[in-house]
Structures are given as structure tokens and as C-alpha cells.
Design a protein around this ligand. Sequence first.
Ligand code: AMP
Ligand code: MG
Length: 359
Amino acid sequence: MPALPSPKTIEADLRVCAKGDSSLQTELLTADSAGISRAAEIIKAGGLVAMPTETVYGLAADALNPAAVAKIFKAKGRPQDNPLIVHISEFAEWESLTDSLPQNALLLAKCFWPGSLTVILKKSPRGPGIVSAGLDTVAVRLPAHPVARRLIAAAKTPLAAPSANLSGSPSPTKPEHVINDLSGSIEALIDGGDCAVGVESTVLDLTGEVPTLLRPGGVTAEELRETLGRLEISPAVLDRFSGFPPSPGMKYRHYAPKAALTVIHGSREQYISFLCQNAAPGIFALCYSDTLPFTPCPAVSLGDRGDPRQTASRLFTALRELDRAGAQTIYSEAVEPIGFGLAVANRLLRAAGFRRIIL
Ligand code: AMP
Ligand code: MG
């Protein structure tokens, strides 16, 4: 099996890139008071700072400064019609973003904030249109990560913060992922270590008659249904989107490694014999740790079967590792879309462009 990059190589990359390899030098900040106040200064001056959150690293700018928000789209290469999530540090900050707080939004905030739930609400006309990509709604989240919250409070403004990666590539769950994608195009990165959850927040649309799950994440569909009573799950969560997207992000290629990824549905034995029939140079497996010893080709682990939280925290790193190891084709074991597994299955299928083989 080709050598995967050791942590040492990654650290070396971090140092080289942090020196800056383009016109803008990305400052590497510590996750302490000094780092956070420097980051707040940059945000107030209209700059971009990658910050740790409990889900993935976010690329933050002052949500009320349209020129700063425009820089996010440019740095990420994000399509202009894909709106951003606005992050707040106190409940009261909703007021600058929306004029109508439905009852169920208050209930959800009480149950799941701070945390990895984003709610979509009717937007106040006072908020800048660019954050919402011209829609009349706004996505809001109060994150749990103390560094993110301290930064929002120190900047004294809500922060627009999509994932801090190049658009389309796997989301960043480690500081070196941000450096690899954005060094030289953003002002600073706060190094907060690894993100605990590893997949992005749950996105829940509260603007229609029935609350609708647009993106599964850290807060599960089961938890939401228990709290709200009623919940619809957008069919685009587990299938290729067709028709008009309820969330613009659904129509874009996402989380994808450079290699062609296919998700293989079947028993563990069927998966192993599929690999045996298809093993060839450039073919890699992405599989649970109990399958790993039996793969006939190089393989990267999804962690323990039946532990979707562990799989989530490894998934995006695993996809980046596979690219670095030179994978051309990746065959992944499927993840059961139950509980938190729904979020992991969604990311894996989207990374595969919904390419799957049912054995
Ligand atoms: P990211 O910030 O990269 O994690 O992506 C945020 C996701 O939330 C994308 O899929 C967006 O399309 C979606 N989103 C953000 N704001 C809205 C909104 N107002 N209406 C619908 N979807 C939204
Ligand atoms: Mg993203």
C-alpha cells in the first residue's frame, strides 16, 4: 500500500504554507485571547478569518458588511447563488437578521443551541442580500465551539461562515485542510485543532408549513421529530436532486475527492468479494476497520462499524488522504442512514455524486 502522509509531513506543509505563498500572507493565530482579538480586528476591517467550530472550520466575515461577504465567495470559488449561514453568539442577535421568530424556532433554539443546528427563517430587509444570495430567507446558527462564540462576541457582529474549503472539495476538519485550500487567499486562520463533529450542521427550513430537513447533521432527524412533532426530509438528502432545489447548495458537486468515488451497498462479505474482483492499480477502498484486514487493495478506514460519530469525524480527512495517496478510483462501504448515520451517508453519497452500486 502506498505510504499515506504522516502527521509530520502535514505539520511541515502547515509551516511552509503559513509563511504565505501568494500576495496575501495568511496569519496563523492561536486559539487564545490574543489570537481571538487579532481575528476580531481583521473581521472588523472587512477581512476573512477561518475559525474552528464544533462541526467543521468556518470561513468567517462580518455578515453585515457586503464587501467582506463578497470576499468569502471569491476565496472559496463559491457560486454566487449559494447562500451562507450566519453565526451568532447570543440569542438576541436574531433580531438583526429576522423580523419573525416562529414558535418552533424558539423551541428548537432552547433544545439545541448552542449546537450544530441551522434554522432557515424569513430574512429581515435590513440584512444584506448577498449573505442570502438574494433569497428572502436567512440561515442562522448559534455554534457551541467556545472559540467561534468568543470571536463572534469580540467582533461584535454576526459572522457569515461557510465551510473554510475550496468550493466542492471535502470540508475542512483540521487546520491543515484550511491551509491546503485557502492559504494566501484569506487573512488568518485560528488553529483550534480537530473539529469534534466532523460534518456540517443540520439545516432545517422553518419557512414552510412543515419544518423540512434540507441537510442532515449533528442534530438528528429523530431528535427534531421528537421535538417538533412534524418533520419532512427533503428527498435530495439521499438521492440526486432533480427539479427546483429547496436549498441552492443541493445542486452543486460537494465534498468530492479528486478520485472517482462509488458507494457499494451490500454485506461486508459482498463488498470484499467485489473488491477482489475489481482490484487494480489506482483502486483504493474506504471501509470500516473490521473490513480493513481483508481488502485486496490499499485502504483507508471509516472507523468502527456502527459508530457513525467516529466515521463522521474521519470522513473528510479520509477523502483528502485518499487523494494524497494517489487514488484514482475509490470504492466505499455504504453507511447506514439511521440516526447520525443519515448525515454521514449524505456526505458520502454527495462526495460520490450519488454514484452507487447495489450488490
Ligand atoms: P456551508 O455553509 O458551506 O456549510 O453550506 C450552507 C448550506 O446551507 C448550503 O447548502 C446552502 O445552500 C444552505 N443555505 C444557506 N442559507 C440558505 C437559505 N437561506 N435557504 C436555503 N438554504 C440555505
Ligand atoms: Mg460547505
